[in-house]
Write a protein that binds this ligand. Structure first.
Ligand code: GLY
Length: 382
């Protein structure tokens, strides 16, 4: 203990401690200066360039951090072309779109979420309603839908023609042991005419071009688990986050991923920062990813290293077997309360039409939103 030491030693210790503290403080200040301390910072998954821009605009006007990130992801939720979120999201195995979302508001330390909700384009708004207007944290399924309708949310069909086409292609791709599928032309087709191929798709979707059909075939082959996570921090150091998704395509009805699970798809601690995830939720739930990352940051890891550590836990769950790990993708995003941010992906990228598309995330720390490369744990060779 310092008081038991000789005076001279004690003074030396104090000087050294002061020096260390001063150096650490200077380093911390430099890091903050480089990464946006005192600034508004918004980060999101790669589909969140517009979300980051919209959220940053709200933060610039002095808006609340949660309102900002929700307004950001509402763009994706309402966009029929984003097939991983909200309206136009890929449906469950019965062709019904089921959505999951969660929100966390740093300044009030509150959380809300909904899971398996149907018919509402913007589940992130319903999650906020659960947080603010109920004494619960999570509502699921029919109850979540009824709750949303009680507050005036319109019940809408969320299945777009594009997503319906993809679902039908997936239905037609399922075969029994004999290679048969009840959703293609049948045994009673004119003699010699049965093909077992999805020829009726051409009649059902006359507008569908080759590109759209190729996309639908790819969705059937590799069911995606896309999502948007968005974290926002204002100049005062307040932080909030949201994660919203249509979940894993062709899932069993009622399947809930990581996005609405507080501590998995999203976690915010205003004393430390926030984290979120996109990709295969089952893996994330098993490592309580977002909470793990925030705890890593609390214990001194940078956001990037905190995300990489979490990915190592996922890899460990598979005995680091690259073959099984190669069957899925998952990414984490983290933002500290000081405005330092980072992201890491299990893989360096994903293969698209024979090419490697790099794993990236979206950032807006003033000016235009941009994409940055994620750190990664494993390398996929093209
Ligand atoms: N991360 C989205 C999901 O697995 O549902």
């Amino acid at each position: 203990m310092a008081q038991d030491l000789p005076v001279r030693h004690n003074i030396l210790m104090m000087k050294r401690r002061d020096w260390i503290t001063g150096t650490a403080a200077l380093a911390a200040q430099a890091a903050v200066a480089q990464t946006g301390g005192g600034k508004n910072v918004v980060i999101a998954s790669a589909n969140g360039l517009r979300a980051c821009a919209a959220a940053a605009e709200i933060l610039k006007r002095g808006g609340d951090t949660l309102d900002a990130v929700i307004a950001g992801v509402n763009i994706n939720e309402e966009d029929p072309e984003d097939n991983s979120v909200g309206y136009g999201g890929l449906p469950n195995e019965e062709g019904v779109v089921e959505l999951d979302a969660s929100v966390m508001h740093g300044p009030t330390r509150r959380a809300g979420s909904v899971a398996s909700i149907q018919g509402v384009k913007t589940p992130s708004k319903v999650a906020k309603l659960v947080m603010e207007q109920s004494d619960h944290v999570m509502l699921v399924g029919e109850g979540a839908g009824r709750y949303a309708r009680a507050y005036g949310f319109r019940q809408e069909n969320l299945l777009t023609e594009k997503s319906r086409l993809a679902w039908l292609v997936w239905k037609q791709s399922q075969r029994d042991g004999g290679g048969h599928n009840n959703w293609t032309d049948g045994l009673d087709a004119p003699a010699g005419k049965a093909t077992g191929k999805p020829s009726a798709l051409r009649r059902a979707f006359p507008e569908a071009g080759e590109e759209l059909l190729a996309w639908a075939a790819e969705m059937a082959r590799r069911p995606p688990a896309g999502t948007i996570n968005c974290l926002g921090r204002n100049a005062k150091g307040e932080i909030s986050g949201v994660t919203t998704t249509s979940g894993l395509a062709w899932k069993i009805p009622g399947r809930v991923g990581d996005s609405p699970i507080i501590g998995a798809g999203l976690f915010v601690d205003p004393d430390v920062g926030g984290a979120g995830s996109t990709g295969r939720g089952e893996e994330n739930i098993r490592v309580a990813g977002a909470h793990t990352i925030v705890e890593n940051m609390r214990h001194g890891m940078s956001p990037k290293d905190a995300c990489l550590d979490c990915l190592k836990r996922i890899s460990r769950n598979y005995g680091d077997d690259r073959e099984r790990l190669g069957k899925f993708d998952i990414k984490f995003y983290a933002l500290s309360k000081d405005g330092v941010f980072g992201s890491a992906s299990l893989w360096n990228g994903s293969m698209r039409q024979g090419k490697l598309a790099p794993a990236q995330f979206a950032v807006n720390d003033g000016g235009k939103s941009r994409l940055e490369d994620c750190a990664f744990l494993l390398e996929r060779k093209p």
